[in-house]
Design a protein around this ligand. Structure first.
Ligand SMILES: Nc1ncnc2c1ncn2[C@@H]1O[C@H](COP(=O)(O)OP(=O)(O)OP(=O)(O)O)[C@@H](O)[C@H]1O
Ligand SMILES: [Mg+2]
Length: 287
């Protein structure tokens, strides 16, 4: 079902529901992915039969219980894990590995401990030839560190930072190359409530401007409703799509008292029931 509320206002100002101009960017067809558990000598199915099309400029949030395969799904989009069955395509081509069109904010930050903050953000430019001069790269690194409020910490090493600061370095690193697709794995999980709201607002403003397509994992229903054009609720492992919910609340969402809208409460209640059902249903692995 789609819980609709008010006028549709996806990030690009294009009707995400009906416009013929919608351009598919990420297409997952019957995608099943698992892992070989060497110790137990068995296979574990993480995701099962995922059919999902994500359109250009859309902000899609993934919500579901721990271990349901959310990280696995964005790893498949970024080319870090291959499909077992089915397919995953980006811009009409099967994903075969990572590329500069996809930037990733990792759940565990994935910072290089021997590199400074600045050097961590600079790293993707060393692996991807983006045809930028050194001065342009310097400007990007400084600009994105400023965006995540880490100016002044350029020379710090990761061990000198708090969890939230490390996470913000990871966000700056993913954004600095200005990828067409941003894959964000719980990017605000380690950030305090006040900064988190500021960063949500900043991200909404930012991706509206850059027209990036975003796949964003969160455990927060409120964060998903605040940011998402659509919310994909995934069931327990093996993860299947339980429901895709349209969030047709007006944007920019940070300029209004979103939470006081009756539509907000309606969507929240609906998602809460879905998530609660999953939490209470218990594990039922079929692997
Ligand atoms: N490299 C791996 N090797 C073996 N099993 C893995 C590997 N990565 C993930 N898994 C398993 O796949 C399942 C899905 O994991 P995944 O990390 O995608 O879940 P998630 O939804 O991101 O969870 P969380 O919300 O806790 O981050 C889990 O059961 C996990 O144990
Ligand atoms: Mg995860």
């Amino acid at each position: 079902m789609g819980v609709s509320a008010g006028g549709i206002a996806p990030l690009q100002g294009v009707d995400a529901g009906q416009s013929p101009a919608r351009e598919p960017v990420i297409v997952s067809k019957n995608l099943t992915i698992g892992y070989k558990l060497h110790r137990e000598r068995k296979l574990l199915t993480a995701l099962k039969d995922i059919n999902l099309t994500i359109y250009k400029g859309e902000f899609v949030c993934l919500l579901g219980p721990s271990g349901c395969g959310k990280t696995t799904f964005i790893n498949a989009i970024s080319g870090l894990v291959p499909p077992w069955e089915g397919s995953i395509e980006v811009d009409g081509r099967p994903v075969t590995g990572p590329g500069p069109d996809r930037g990733m904010v990792f759940q565990d930050y994935a910072l290089m401990p021997w590199r400074t903050v600045e050097s961590n953000v600079r790293m993707p430019f060393e692996f991807q030839d983006l045809k930028l001069s050194k001065a342009q790269i310097d400007e990007r690194v400084a600009r994105y560190l400023e965006l995540v409020e880490l100016t002044g910490f350029e020379k710090s090493f990761p061990y000198e930072l708090s969890g939230g600061m490390k996470q913000r370095v990871g966000i700056a690193r993913a954004l600095a190359t200005e990828p067409k697709i941003l894959l964000a794995d719980e990017p605000f999980a380690a950030i305090d409530a006040m900064t988190r709201e500021a960063m949500q607002s900043e991200l909404e403003r930012f991706v509206t401007k850059t027209r990036q397509t975003v796949v964003f994992i969160t455990h927060s229903i409120d964060e998903a409703i605040t940011l998402g054009d659509r919310i994909v609720v995934i069931s327990r492992r093996p993860g299947r799509i339980k429901e895709v919910i349209d969030v047709n609340l007006p944007r920019p969402r940070f300029d209004q008292e979103l939470k006081s809208l009756p539509e907000y409460a309606e969507i929240r209640e609906h998602i809460w029931r879905l998530v609660k059902d999953e939490a209470l249903s218990g594990a039922h692995g079929d692997d």
